[in-house]
Design a binder for this molecule. Structure first.
Ligand SMILES: [Zn+2]
Length: 266
């Protein structure tokens, strides 16, 4: 089975940060696609114009939806934009508001995929995602043995959560919901230390994660948050080189969806 990698960069919002430009330039030079997870309510026309113009220059970008306004309704750490106590109707309304804005800003450039701010969702969120007609969700999952065991047990019993822990349906088409889940398992942030500061994993640590992930999936997703990655071009360069040297092909969600080599599960 072919080995596939994808890169999801979250929190694309009002500012066109130099870090976002740097990451895009680096990936463009290597012809590696980049899925930009956009906050529809917060993105500005400047950032919309930049994304559309970059796409005109080189066909590596894709837009997906990252919540609606990220967390203005339900201020972190007291709550999250999705999940928690929020019901179906409210969450569906937020999803659709974001969907309509992305239609207006990006047209065909956006793929109907949703990633949830802080990775938070509940069963009503998933029902709302199904009702709106998204093609896929993009969650995150762990690659340690205990994560894998928990996910296997959860999928066998057909739950989205077991003992309070979310169950990953990564690289599966979930028939009950009529969407795919393509989760990220490599996050280059080790620990957040401030509003826009963090400690990054070392290249050796990331390589070890890739090796662990490769034992459980042939599709490895990398999660970025550009504003934290100032000065980390070399790390991203080495990580993507490592994946290319190990025969990974980079794709966007739109290609993951149309590849259709996933398992189907209830
Ligand atoms: Zn976010």
């Amino acid at each position: 089975m072919s080995k596939i990698a994808f890169i999801r960069n979250d929190d694309v919002r009002e500012q066109l940060d130099s870090e976002l430009i740097n990451i895009h330039s680096l990936l463009r030079s290597k012809k590696i696609p980049l899925s930009l997870a956009v906050e529809p309510a917060n993105i500005t026309q400047d950032v919309v114009d930049w994304i559309n113009s970059m796409n005109d220059e080189c066909d590596i970008i894709e837009v997906i939806q990252h919540g609606f306004d990220h967390n203005k309704r339900n201020i972190y750490p007291y709550g999250f934009e999705f999940g928690g106590q929020r019901d179906f109707i409210d969450q569906e309304a937020d999803l659709l508001s974001g969907w309509n804005l992305l239609d207006k800003y990006f047209g065909q450039l956006w793929t109907k995929v949703i990633s949830f701010p802080y990775g938070a969702y509940n069963v009503q969120t998933l029902e709302a995602v199904k009702s709106c007609g998204y093609k896929a969700i993009s969650t995150s999952f762990g690659v340690e043995f205990y994560h894998t065991l928990k996910d296997i047990v959860g999928r066998v019993v057909g739950k989205s959560r077991v003992a309070g822990k979310k169950i990953s349906y990564h690289d599966r088409f979930v028939m009950n919901y009529n969407f795919y889940d393509f989760g990220t398992c490599i996050n280059i942030i080790k620990r957040q230390t401030g509003q826009n500061e963090c400690e990054h994993y070392t290249f050796d640590e990331l390589k070890a994660y890739v090796m662990k992930a490769s034992r459980i999936t042939n599709k490895i997703g990398i999660l970025l948050h550009h504003r934290f990655h100032k000065g980390q071009d070399e790390l991203l360069d080495k990580l993507t080189d490592f994946l290319l040297e190990n025969d990974y092909t980079f794709m966007r969600f739109r290609e993951l969806i149309t590849t259709r080599d996933c398992q189907e599960v209830e």
